[in-house]
Write a protein that binds this ligand. Structure first.
Ligand SMILES: NC(=O)c1ccc[n+]([C@@H]2O[C@H](COP(=O)([O-])OP(=O)(O)OC[C@H]3O[C@@H](n4cnc5c(N)ncnc54)[C@H](OP(=O)(O)O)[C@@H]3O)[C@@H](O)[C@H]2O)c1
Length: 269
């Protein structure tokens, strides 16, 4: 069945690939952007910034007035801060929560009544492996994704009665614009900062993993399958074998052992 789909953040990365693939499948796809982008892939473009409640309301209203329904909402848009929890500037911390958590909640609350009134729908929320375990020097990113996890699990139970399915995606490292974008939101540390040495070491590992990450098209293929599915699961961990193993180990190992493994991976002193 062809569906009406909204996907946030289609200017790059997962959003761009997924929107193009869904449009190629014949779905009616609305993709949101904050700036002019030349997509030419059959995706209808909407202007929307998750931190601006009016723009979120307007984007959803536009799709409703044109299509009279919204079958799938894909909450992909997000940003990524990095730095010591103690010294990351507070405005970055606010933007992190405002975008990845509150912004996602904001558009979800606009779309829910539409789905309820039409008798169902699917909402796919992009979490992360960092939403399942706290990652060093990505504390506020992890915090925002953990918040999204709790919200999505609770919401899945609340809206089941309306035939609305809530899905969480936990990607591992993929090679997207995420790394470049995060460079705008890194805590400035100089060599006198008490975290400087550790932060520099760990941040190097984070960037190495991301730049050597998987191709985002692989993830887009999985999202297309989830959109097709009549009964999607709550969670899909889409990651390298090592990262999938880390998710399993977090579940089964005593916490102290797991923290040792993560600490040694990120070369924490
Ligand atoms: N790449 C990875 O390895 C990875 C791993 C785990 C989870 N994720 C998650 O996957 C999602 C997509 O990330 P990506 O890797 O594809 O990164 P990306 O290439 O940086 O794409 C992020 C998208 O979000 C948009 N966006 C950022 N802030 C926004 C706001 N306030 N309002 C509306 N749109 C906004 C960006 O638009 P602009 O172009 O205007 O900035 C861009 O289109 C994110 O939720 C991210 O946390 C990524």
């Amino acid at each position: 069945m062809k569906k009406v789909i909204i996907i946030t953040g289609v200017s790059s990365g997962f959003g761009r690939h997924t929107a193009a693939m869904l449009a190629a499948e014949g779905h009616t796809v609305y993709g949101t952007v904050r700036r002019d982008v030349d997509l030419r892939n059959g995706v209808h473009i909407l202007r929307m910034d998750l931190t601006d409640a009016d723009s979120v309301r307007d984007a959803v209203a536009t799709v409703c007035s044109r299509e009279k329904r919204i079958d799938v909402l894909i909450n992909n848009a997000g940003m990524h801060t990095g730095g010591p929890a103690e010294t990351l500037p507070e405005d970055y911390l606010r933007l992190q929560m405002e975008t990845n958590f509150l912004g996602t909640v904001r558009i979800t609350r606009e779309v829910l009544p539409v789905m309820r009134n039409q008798g169902g729908g699917t909402i796919i929320n992009f979490s992360s492996i960092g939403g399942l375990m706290g990652l060093p020097f990505q504390s506020y990113y992890s915090a925002a994704k953990f918040a999204l996890e709790g919200f999505s699990e609770a919401l899945r139970l609340e809206v089941r009665q309306f035939n609305i399915r809530i899905v969480l995606i936990n990607p591992g490292d993929f090679h997207t614009n995420n790394t470049l974008n995060r460079r705008n939101f890194l805590a400035p540390t100089d060599s006198t900062d008490p975290y400087h040495e550790q932060y520099t070491k760990t941040h190097g590992i984070i960037e190495r993993d991301e730049t050597g990450g998987m191709d985002p098209e692989k993830l887009a293929v999985k999202i297309v399958r989830i959109v097709r599915s009549r009964r999607p699961r709550l969670r899909y961990v889409i990651a390298s074998p090592d990262q999938r193993l880390s998710v399993l180990l977090k579940r089964i190992l005593p916490e102290r052992w797991f923290m040792k493994i993560i600490g040694s991976y990120y070369r924490i002193r």
